[in-house]
Design a protein around this ligand. Structure first.
Ligand code: SAH
Length: 340
């Protein structure tokens, strides 16, 4: 007899990073219901997961009764928690971005079928009031939990994206770690997800044979070069790392993600060293500095080749949605650990 599939409730689903992670983990769990309030994220989600019951809803409108009817075994979620990380709980509560998560904590004791939770958040959450409220609610409901701060670099992906993760399961405890420690690597022998790419450089993640027309869309403008050449994080195809791509990538120059030297043959350091401020930026032109394309950012974040955006999604929106999403391989490993 075939084993019954575990049912996943995906909250704050965005473009479906959690959904891809569940598929990749291949643990016999499927997303049965997914909820997000953002229209453009939902359009991308539905474009890729036509079969999934995806709802444009405020999570605050979900009742325990409604969730119980769906009979989920697992909740996977990335609540928007920027506000939790900076200020205390009092202000958090007044922030509309946090109230849905507090609502979930309220209804948690009434969820009858949920035995596993996987949560992703920003670094800083671990010291917030919200984290304490969350772990307290979990303990009250007989969940055991483990916390992690992990970056894809730890599984040899050339992209940094340190994120906080919490996995929790009901009644049974984990065989590793403790509730007093935050783990900064995967527990031993748990990383058995097959890597799509074996090499550690950026090269295999990059689009090949880009046409001149395509390239022109991604080249940094003269204005950007002139203003920001000092602070750009420039990477070459042979490099083994890149900075975290955020939702403001291509809109703010500082700290939002790396740019690529498209022409690998030009002597980059020399070009920059020789560059004088009053000089014409024509000097930097041969490097062909460009942004990573959304597809390349998606590759580094573990989105499979079949993931696409609807044609009418603007470039800015693509970067924003990817920047809000997560590393699929890291979450996939965590889900295996949680269910293993
Ligand atoms: N993991 C997702 C991204 C999560 S970002 C991915 O892979 O893309 C946080 C998401 O929470 C955003 O898409 C935002 O639209 C959604 N969100 C924030 N508050 C919400 C609420 N109250 N109800 C439903 N969705 C909400």
């Amino acid at each position: 007899m075939e084993k019954k599939k575990m049912r996943i409730l995906e909250l704050y689903s965005g473009i479906g990073g959690m959904h891809y992670a569940a598929e990749l983990a291949n643990v016999g769990a499927e997303v049965v219901f997914s909820v997000d309030i953002n229209t453009s994220a939902n359009a991308v989600y539905r474009h890729n997961f036509k079969q999934t019951n995806q709802q444009a809803r405020n999570i605050e409108s979900l009742s325990a009764k409604e969730i119980n009817k769906l009979q989920p075994d697992i909740i996977m979620m990335s609540p928007p928690c920027q506000p939790f990380t900076r200020v205390g709980l009092k202000l958090d509560v007044e922030d509309s971005r946090c109230s849905s998560f507090l609502h979930l904590l309220d209804i948690l004791p009434h969820l009858e079928t949920v035995s596993f939770i996987l949560m992703e958040n920003v670094v800083g959450f671990e010291t917030s009031e919200m984290r304490n409220a969350f772990t307290k609610a979990l303990k009250n409901c007989d969940f055991h939990f483990r916390e992690f701060i992990l970056s894809p670099e730890s599984i040899k992906i050339p992209n940094s994206r340190s994120r906080y993760y919490l996995v929790a399961k009901k009644c049974t405890d984990f065989l590793f770690g403790s509730e007093n420690d935050i783990m900064t690597s995967f527990p031993n022998s748990s990383c058995d997800i097959e890597m799509p790419v074996q090499e550690k450089t950026l090269d295999p993640y990059l689009e090949k044979d880009m046409s001149d027309e395509e390239l022109a869309r991604y080249l940094l403008t003269d204005k950007t070069l002139l203003k920001y050449w000092r602070i750009l994080d420039v990477r070459r195809t042979s490099d083994t790392s890149s900075c975290c791509f955020t939702k403001a990538y291509t809109h703010y120059a500082e700290g939002t993600g790396s740019v690529l030297q498209h022409d690998p043959n030009e002597p980059f350091h020399q070009k920059f060293a020789e560059f004088k401020e009053d000089e014409d930026i024509a000097h930097l032109k041969p490097l062909k500095l460009r942004y990573f394309t959304p597809r390349e950012v998606g590759n580094l974040m573990g989105f499979p080749a079949e993931f696409t955006f609807p044609e009418n999604t603007s470039l800015k929106t693509r970067y924003r949605l990817l920047g809000n999403s997560l590393n699929v391989l890291v979450v996939s490993n965590l889900l295996r650990i949680l269910l293993g």
